[in-house]
Ligand binder design. Structure first.
Ligand SMILES: [Fe+2]
Ligand SMILES: [Fe+2]
Length: 248
């Protein structure tokens, strides 16, 4: 199973159309089984941005595209448009061995995320139901702080409750966006992956547009970082070869 994670497209100002065109070409060549887009598809949640985004995302060729909203998508009443342009399922069975569950963390006109008591309870019940599968959780806001990204006030405000649920239900991998800084935290059987921005000028820490390529074989989940137009490397190398001025 090959999965691609794109994040933080930010269609609108600071969007790089040529970079995204390259992404479409590269991702289509990979022939992924599914693509997950982890939020901030638009920059300001405006209808024209959603229209353009729909057009661009439809160039990606795969069986399933799963989209979740980010804080930028919810600006300017964008939460109404998101539902219309990108209807999505929260539980996605990928084959018979894998499930990808999404959480909605964006709230109208707020930059910080929130999962909420009820959604967290729902997450717990859902993951228990799929206990024999490889369990992927996707959310826009990050769960754990990331280097080179300054203040951490814009995380999911109830991250602790969600982390407890994730560990208790043996989630294998969490896919986050939001901070535009590619990173991975390995906690034994759990890896928390953060995607960079795939097509926005607002790159952080690693000054390239990137996306993630996730390969699942049996119970084994491997994540590679792909620099748009550049090298592919295991994401953990970003942590191992850490440098404050990008990759060494
Ligand atoms: Fe973003
Ligand atoms: Fe965001």
């Amino acid at each position: 199973m090959l999965l691609v994670q794109l994040s933080d497209l930010h269609i609108g100002s600071q969007f790089r159309p040529k970079t995204f065109a390259k992404v479409v070409q590269e991702v289509n060549d990979l022939k992924p089984d599914a693509i997950i887009i982890t939020g901030d598809l638009t920059n300001e949640g405006l209808i024209n941005e959603y229209k353009e985004c729909k057009k661009l995302v439809s160039k990606l060729k795969t069986k399933k595209i799963i989209t979740i909203s980010g804080n930028h998508d919810y600006r300017n009443t964008g939460y109404l448009a998101f539902k219309k342009f990108f209807p999505f399922e929260t539980i996605n069975e990928l084959g018979s061995d894998i499930v990808l569950v999404t959480l909605g963390t964006a709230r109208p006109d707020r930059n910080e995320g929130e999962v909420g008591y009820r959604q967290n309870l729902w997450l717990e019940r859902t993951m228990i139901k799929y206990k024999d599968r490889v369990k992927i959780l996707a959310m826009h806001h990050h769960l754990v702080g990331i280097p080179d990204t300054g203040s951490d006030r814009v995380t999911a405000i109830d991250a602790g409750d969600v982390l407890r649920t994730i560990l208790q239900t043996n989630v294998d991998i969490v896919l986050c966006g939001h901070k535009h800084r590619p990173w991975v935290w390995n906690f034994g059987n759990l890896q928390i992956v953060n995607a960079g921005t795939v097509s926005s000028e607002r790159v952080r820490g690693l000054f390239e547009n990137t996306y993630n390529i996730i390969t699942i074989k049996g119970k084994k989940v491997a994540v590679d970082l792909k620099i748009v137009g550049g090298q592919r490397t295991p994401l953990e190398n970003i942590v191992k070869n850490y440098s404050q001025f990008g990759q060494e």
